[in-house]
Ligand binder design. Structure first.
Ligand code: ACO
Length: 377
């Protein structure tokens, strides 16, 4: 055996990167060296996206130009709208998003990924258009018309407007913006790795992002936020938390929104999301799910603390989105609207020193077996 086999590539570096860093023992997350707490308090999603993509904070004119570039590319072609209309309304929005992003690549081929200007505009289009696609599917699946973007609204105001046909209260748009900052990047996670594998074949960026969206959908990754809310609703009240968790753990089932491959303490994003919850509830009224969530965290610390399993980013994000009135199956597409910035930052990095991903395997099958003709089997 040439190398040690590491299931799930746990602890195996897949790339060198300067995009973000996690200290899982201390619970520290930095984007381009800046702590997530500082970005959430002082930055915006689009400024954070610029930081991730270009490696530094923009000057005022650079940020203004980037916001203009994004704003000008929010519209989607009517044929993409037609495509979304044809998708089954009972399907998952992540599948609609993946199919639409793959189709976008047919309108903007961008085959030459060595052209950096072309790559910049592909990144702008993807960051700009994902919210329009998500909002379009949300409306079209319930029989409403798609609402085109409004250039006088900022990134999050516009997304919430395209969903509901109403300009949202500032607290809602600001809350969503902070959530997008929090979800924009997270080192070598499963969806980022997927994107890098696809990028390493020199596939176009729409294909790269479509493959990452597919990976983010799974319940062990971004899909956990939707399941957390379902779990909290099923538990129903703080008094029912302990028997629910004890039974689940006895059956060797996972508690959704808990545990992380890298963090051995509470995920710093979960701490920030808790503060976001409290700020939102002060202005808009509390959510009954929050009391249940706090009790889940308390009892889990007793039951799972020795294994260093604590809340991750998905534990409190669903509660925020639920309180904002968003449908649970749209929580992960909103995650994708943010994470696309991180995926593209890693895509830029990969292209700078590309090497095709082609790992090895440990073959455990047979050799030299005879071929038995079908009539003799
Ligand atoms: N609930 C209960 N037990 C858990 C949990 C959990 N959520 N997570 C891990 N454990 C236990 C496992 O049962 C295992 O115990 P054992 O050693 O006694 O068998 C031990 O902790 C190690 O667990 P693994 O699954 O091997 O750890 P891994 O690093 O592979 O898992 C993962 C990380 C997938 C995130 C896991 O914690 C999990 O499934 N959590 C629930 C799903 C979830 O919240 N996913 C979102 C992650 S954040 C994100 O992707 C954005």
């Amino acid at each position: 055996m040439p190398h040690d086999f590491m299931p799930g590539l746990a602890g195996v570096p897949a790339a060198k990167s300067a995009v973000s860093d996690v200290d899982g023992e201390r619970g520290v997350l930095e984007y381009r060296g800046i702590r997530i707490e500082d970005l959430c308090a002082q930055s915006s999603f689009l400024e954070t996206a610029y930081l991730l993509l270009l490696g530094r904070l923009p000057s005022k004119p650079e940020l203004t130009q980037f916001v203009i570039d994004i704003t000008r590319h929010r519209r989607i072609k009517y044929r993409i709208v037609d495509l979304i209309k044809c998708l089954p309304e009972q399907g998952h929005p992540m599948d609609a998003l993946q199919a639409s992003v793959a189709a976008l690549g047919m309108f903007y081929p961008g085959r030459n990924v060595t052209d950096q200007t072309n790559n910049y505009w592909s990144a702008v289009r993807l960051i700009a258009k994902l919210p329009t696609i998500v909002a379009a599917y949300a409306r079209l699946r319930r029989g409403d018309e798609q609402i085109p973007p409004r250039d006088d609204l900022n990134f999050c105001e516009n997304f919430l407007y395209m969903l509901s046909d109403t300009v949202p209260a500032t607290i809602l748009a600001d809350t969503l913006d902070t959530c997008l900052v929090l979800h924009a990047e997270h080192t070598m996670n499963a969806s980022t790795f997927t994107g890098l594998v696809t990028a390493s074949t020199l596939a176009d960026p729409y294909t790269v992002v479509a493959s990452s969206i597919g990976t983010l959908k799974g319940p062990l990754h971004g899909g956990a936020n939707e399941e957390v809310v379902a779990m909290l609703k099923e538990i129903g009240s703080p008094a029912r938390v302990r028997p629910y968790l004890e039974e689940k753990l006895q059956r060797k089932q996972k508690i959704m929104g808990f545990g992380h491959r890298v963090y051995k303490v509470k995920d710093p994003r979960a701490t920030i999301l808790q503060q976001i919850c409290e700020r939102l509830f002060k202005k808009c009224g509390a959510s009954p799910l929050y009391e249940v969530a706090l009790e889940v965290e308390r009892v889990s610390a007793e039951l799972l603390g020795t294994k260093k399993i604590y809340p991750n980013v998905d534990f409190y994000s669903g509660i925020v989105y639920d309180r904002m009135g968003l449908d649970p199956d749209f929580f992960t597409p909103i995650f994708a609207m943010a994470r696309v910035a991180g995926w593209l930052a890693h895509w830029f990095e990969q292209l700078r020193e590309n090497k095709l991903f082609r790992p090895d395997q440990i073959y455990e099958g047979a050799h030299n077996r005879p071929y038995v003709p079908i009539e003799k089997r």
